[in-house]
Design a protein around this ligand. Structure first.
Ligand code: SAH
Ligand code: SF4
Length: 431
């Protein structure tokens, strides 16, 4: 979602006449789009800001002004604290207010004296109504269809920083999808913090679900691949599961976070599913499309997690055999119910459990990658590699695959024979 938001911010600034640069010494504006999900992510901001200030000071010696801005969920959570810790920040906007950045910049450019602007409101009208058109970034594009969350898992800041659930209308989504396809997009990834609870209105004002939206998008000419992320297990309806059987461009790969395999912990997390509910959904998905593979998110060391609870998480991994996963040590987030639970798990135990879990997850990931060797896979190439003539693309299973090839394979889907596999990537040659 932050990648999507960042590209929308870049679109807005391009409209204002700015160009993107990766060299900070060249930048008139330095903007950090931030994540507050775990403590580490939030803390990183302040060290990055310190470095940005040093470069801004050097530029000031040459008479160049640098505007430093912060966007995203850290702003929403920390609010005025950001300016207290980094008073040189010119502006800070929450994830719902970034459409106001151009206006804020005009204001800053007009005032000679440093003054920090903070905006962490939630607008009455959706921010999507204020953003410029989303243009295709290449062959793969993100399309935000839903934002925010009403689930209030006890460890999570998202409902506080991104706000309540909001779904864009079917018409808005279809217009954006058509525009992306016209711009060369072959693969669309529908985004939402809780994307499968999508309930946007159609033209007659009727609420439609994600299954309906997927069918509508799949009908659009020119689109070759469709994905959606991230889904909440309790909202995986039978209708949505059937899409994995009926929609041929829906890729056979689904990210469905389970967090823990222990029912006691899932309950303490306020997840609305047990581990057997989750496994039933997975079984139905595997039946709907026998080629489908899964990925997940895990949290280890949630307050009260015992060795036995943790062993149940490993059981789920052994049953589902994920081909990719994100796993984290539980991070105490201020303001969330779990942060004040008394039975916090020691850091040392969290670290040990994370190592055990990751070893198991990497093992399944490596095994799956190795099982692809010798097979032919359609790969969508979207990035140049480090060496000349090298392209990097994605398989239907989101694996990174690189080949030596002609550049005119860029932004195309090409059949590739997989030659080698590691835990994190594949290499192959054109069929
Ligand atoms: N809506 C999605 C996840 C969004 S947050 C879902 O419900 O599954 C992305 C991931 O960050 C979560 O799946 C979770 O694994 C992790 N996460 C969120 N809060 C966390 C915390 N306090 N500590 C550690 N990991 C956390
Ligand atoms: Fe956070 Fe996901 Fe739970 Fe919502 S469903 S509170 S985004 S972990």
């Amino acid at each position: 979602m932050n990648v999507y938001d960042s590209s929308r911010i870049a679109d807005m600034l391009k409209k204002e006449g700015y160009e993107e640069t990766l060299k900070q010494a060249e930048a008139d504006i330095v903007l950090f789009n931030t994540c507050h999900i775990r403590e580490k992510a939030a803390e990183k901001l302040f060290s990055d800001l310190g470095r940005a200030k040093l470069i801004a000071d050097e530029r000031a010696e040459n008479g160049q002004r640098t505007i430093i801005g912060v966007a995203g969920c850290v702003v929403q959570a920390e609010d005025e604290q950001i300016i207290k810790r980094a008073p040189y920040v010119d502006f800070a906007v929450g994830p719902q207010m970034y459409f106001r950045i151009p206006e804020i910049l005009h204001k800053i450019e007009r005032t000679k004296k440093h003054q920090s602007v903070i905006d962490t409101d939630f607008p009455a009208i959706s921010k999507f109504d204020f953003l410029p058109e989303n243009k295709a970034q290449g062959a793969c594009s993100y399309l935000a269809v839903q934002e925010g969350c009403n689930n209030f898992c006890t460890y999570c800041v998202v409902p506080y920083t991104r706000g309540a659930e909001y779904s864009r209308s079917v018409a808005d989504v279809l217009t954006e999808a058509k525009r992306l396809i016209a711009g060369g997009t072959l693969e669309i990834n529908l985004l939402g913090q809780n994307v499968n609870s999508y309930h946007g209105e159609d033209e007659s004002g009727k609420e439609r679900n994600l299954a309906y939206l997927l069918h509508k998008i799949a009908e659009l000419d020119g689109l070759k691949r469709l994905r959606y992320t991230t889904s909440y297990p309790a909202d995986m309806t039978d209708e949505l599961i059937t899409c994995h059987k009926d929609i041929d461009i829906l890729m056979p790969y689904l990210h469905l976070p389970v967090q823990s395999g222990s029912d006691k912990i899932l309950k303490a997390m306020n997840r609305r599913h047990s581990s057997s509910d989750y496994l039933k959904v997975v079984e139905k998905l595997y039946t709907a499309n026998p080629k489908l593979k899964m990925s997940s998110d895990f949290i280890v060391g949630f307050p009260g997690e015992t060795d036995e609870d943790f062993a149940q998480t490993l059981d789920v991994v052994n049953k589902v055999k994920y081909i990719q996963a994100f796993s984290f040590k539980y991070s105490r987030r201020p303001g969330t119910p779990a942060a004040v639970m008394e039975n916090q798990v020691e850091e040392k135990v969290k670290k040990e459990r994370l190592e055990i879990l990751q070893t198991l997850l990497f093992d399944y990931q490596t095994k799956f990658n190795e099982s692809c060797v010798g097979k032919t896979m359609p790969v969508l190439f979207e990035q140049k590699g480090r060496h000349k003539g090298q392209l990097i693309g994605r398989t239907p299973y989101m694996q990174n695959l690189h080949i030596e090839t002609k550049d005119d394979n860029m932004n195309k889907i090409v059949d590739v024979v997989v030659c080698e596999a590691t835990t994190n990537s594949l290499s192959g040659k054109e069929l």
